[in-house]
Design a binder for this molecule. Sequence first.
Ligand SMILES: [Zn+2]
Length: 321
Amino acid sequence: MSEDKKVMNELKNDIYTQISSKYNKCLWPKSDCTNDCIKAHSIQNSQILDQLASNNHVVMPVARLNLDTGPEIEFKKVGRNKATTFTGLCSEHDRQLFRPIDVNKFDSSNEEQKFLIAYRSVLRELHTRIKAAIDLQTTYQKSVKLGKCDPNNRDISLFVTCRIVNAIDFCLYKKMYDNIYNSNSFTEVQHDYICIEKSCPLAVSSLFNPINSSAQNKRPEPKFIVLNVFPHNKNTIVLLSYLSHHQKELSSYANEIINANGDDRLYLLSKTILRYCENFVISPEQFESFSPPKVDAIKKFYGETAKRSDYDDDNENLMLF
Ligand SMILES: [Zn+2]
């Protein structure tokens, strides 16, 4: 084997090891916690995944790392005890934080419950972004050390820095949720609540910034719509949440979904999920009912929108409900 190939193999092995490593840090908002983290569910296991799983599995998008051709997206069955989990809370604090939504039935008039559902999505997102920034930084340093990346290439170093800044910005966003939690001022997060009288074949716990970044100021305060979709009492619940002081800028995006009707609304919601979210699960029963061309259209839209924010496709095959 040539020396160059050996170095590349070493680098690839290091990247795979780094990406499959866990980032353990309890994100408990009241104090610094150094306890070991558990695999905390971002989508509730007992009440929601239970309704969607078949043989203890659900279907979700999984990015398979291929360093030769780029990441490959697959929709595959994942065990429900692994699906949508993140190592961002210790067992004591996971229990303490989410007890009000884990032991009680969902009540749309309960502000604490709605806040906690959104808060859980925010915590998972922060964990994901920190982990991605650490993976990228570690990989970059290793590549430079092995002579496979030019430290003077400003495009690459800027890209790495942006991902780190992105994680730091999101820390500040999560801090606003921490302050609301610590002061019990739950109504500082506003919610648009939609109950659709149709059984729900999927669940989402995610968030997105729909505002075109080029239309924003240089370094704006990040604004997000937190999106949760889940089955409840044979209906589909949609919860769009945002900080009160972001409502003005974000409500027009939420209103597109709120003001649509019937299947148009579910189609719009499906495209929003596929465009912006990666933390969602579909019941295997539903996914297996999709035709091969429908699965191809879903995979293509999901993959292309991850690469290019302006990509669009008006295609009835993108309907997930
Ligand atoms: Zn803890």
